[in-house]
Write a protein that binds this ligand. Sequence first.
Ligand code: ZN
Length: 195
Amino acid sequence: MRAEFPAFRLGKVLATSFTATLTERQGDPVERIPVPRRLVDWLAVSGLAVDSCTAAQLDLARELRESIHAAATAAALQEALPAAAVQVINDRSAQGRAAAVLTAEGERRWRLGSTSCVEDALSVIAADAISVIAGERDGKLALCASPTCRAAFFDTSQSRTRKWCDMNTCGNRQKKARFNANANANQRKNTGAAP
Ligand SMILES: [Zn+2]
């Protein structure tokens, strides 16, 4: 019965795809990994399959997620990185055992430690966040223009002018809102109704 849980919003960047497992942080937040099994599902579709997940490991994952969100938000605003968030990211990065491996087809995969545990997967996500926040990758951290979202996302567009974390959700909603506002304004004009 997977349908009972909110769908994932998967992006191309592992760290910000992970922070997007909680959306609408400034509105009505939607928790997309509400139970340990959903974290297992998310890790599987993100190339980090684990054997199992406990409630404590889910807590650890969420703590890392919010730390990445806090640090990435500060980086996007060019503010000082919050020390507590940096500590969590570094601890998670150091705790897991994961190795990058090359497939015969020339693709990079992650091989987790012998027990394929959540901590190993979190170390890969933490390291990804570090490379993004440290500015090592081609792109720029920015905040979603949707006032109920404000998610930190990694803009890899040529012009670095992307406004929304996700074109299909936040971007679309904003476009629709503007369209409706214009339609209402036109209707008022046509009917002569007071605004
Ligand atoms: Zn957004």
